[in-house]
Design a protein around this ligand. Sequence first.
Ligand SMILES: CC(C)(COP(=O)(O)OP(=O)(O)OC[C@H]1O[C@@H](n2cnc3c(N)ncnc32)[C@H](O)[C@@H]1OP(=O)(O)O)[C@@H](O)C(=O)NCCC(=O)NCCS
Length: 402
Amino acid sequence: MEIRSTTEKDLDVFVDTVHAAFGRFPETPAEDGGGLWWSAIEPERCLLAETAEGRPVGTAGAYSFELTLPGGALTPVSGVSFVGVLPTHRRQGVLTAMMRRQLADLRARGEFLSVLLASEASIYGRFGYGPATYTGRLTVPRHRAVLAAPRAGGTDTGSVEVLRRADCRDLLEELYDRYRRARPGALSRPHRWWALNAGQPPVSAAPRYIVLHRDADGTPDGYASYSLDGGTLMVDETIAVDDAVTSALSRVLLGHDLVDQVVFKHFTAEHPLRWQLADFGAAQVGNSTEWLWVRLLDVPRALTARGWSADGELVLDVDDPFLGERARHLLTVRGGEATCVPTDREPDLSLDVRDLGAVYLGGTPVSTLVRAGHVRAHRPEAAALADALFRTERPPHCLSWF
Ligand SMILES: CC(C)(COP(=O)(O)OP(=O)(O)OC[C@H]1O[C@@H](n2cnc3c(N)ncnc32)[C@H](O)[C@@H]1OP(=O)(O)O)[C@@H](O)C(=O)NCCC(=O)NCCS
C-alpha cells in the first residue's frame, strides 16, 4: 500500500473513494447545491491510500483554519476531514498509516495543533486526539417559549430584520469573523467557503432565513440563521457580539408563529437561555456530545501559545505513544503567559497527549481526567492547580461542521 498526496487531477477519484467509504452516493445538486462541499477541498492537503495495483482504498484530507485559543491568540490549525477506508480494506492498518503520514506532513508545515470532528468517538484517541469542546441542542416547545423580563433590567435598543442568507453573505462573513476571534474553540471559515455560499452549517447552499440584529446606531452586531421544517424551527447558529444581542435574537426565534418547537443547535451548558425562560423546565437539552477534537503536535509551542487564567508551576510528563515520544515539561505561568522548558524534575502530572488535547482549550477539567483514572496526579494539589491554570472564563465552543 502506498500513501500519496493528491492534486487537482485526483479530485474525482478522491471524492468517489470518500463516498464509497461512507456508503453514500455523491450528493445530487438538489441536496448539496451542486457539490459545494467538494469544491471547498484543498487537494494539496489530501492523501490517497492505494494498493500495490494502484487501486484507491483510503482517503484523508485537511482544511486550513485558524483556531481561537484561550486568551484570544489565533493559530493556524489543520481541520482533518474526508477520512475514510473502503469496507473491503478496513482493519488492516490503512487509517493508521494515513494518520502517521498526515501528522508528519502537518509538522513539516510548522503546525502545532490539529483538530477534527469524529464520526465515532472510538476512532481518534489512539492517534493522540482528545475531545476538547462539547455541544448539544436545546428544544423549546413553542407554547412554553415565554421569556421572562430580565430582573436586572435592560432593554434592547437595537432593531431586527429578516433577510435571506443569499442576500447578506458579506455581512454574515464579517459578523462571524468578529465572533470567532473572541471565542476560544471557534474556527475561522475560509473566505472561499463564503464565496461558494457555503460558509455556514450545513455546508450547503440550502436556503436559510437570517434574523439580523443592529445596534441603536444601525450597525449589524449579530444574526441567527434558521429554517422551518414541518413544525420545527431549526436554528443553525446564533452569532452575536454579546449576550444582549443573543437574547434579542432568541426573542424573535421563540416568537415565530406556526411552529411547534424551536430547536437551537450548538447549545452549550453555560448558555443563559434556560434562565431567561419564564418556565425553566420548558426547555430540554439533548444530543449532548463531544465536538472538536484537539491533537498537540508540539507540546511546548502549544502550551506557550494559549493564555492562562492563574499563576503557577507544573511539571507535566507527556506520553505520545502513537508517535513514540515522551517528554517532561516545566510549565510556568505568570500574568497569563507561559514558558515551557524541558526538565528532569519529578512530575506533578503524568498524562497521555490525547488527554492534554482534551484539556488544552479549557473545556475539560484536568481533575475530571484524574478522577477518570487517565491522568496521574503525583501530589494531591496538582489536579486543583492544573484546573485553575487551564480553565477559561467561558467554555470553549466550536460550531463549525467540516
Ligand atoms: C474509521 C475508518 C477510517 C477506520 O479505518 P481502518 O483502516 O479500518 O483503521 P485501522 O485498520 O488503521 O485501525 C486502527 C485501529 O483503530 C481501530 N478502529 C478503527 N476504526 C474504528 C472504529 N470505527 N471504532 C472502533 N475502533 C476502530 C481498529 O480496530 C484498530 O485497532 P487495533 O490497532 O487495536 O487493531 C473506517 O472504518 C471507515 O472508513 N469508516 C467509515 C467512515 C468514517 O467513519 N470515517 C471517519 C470520519 S471522522
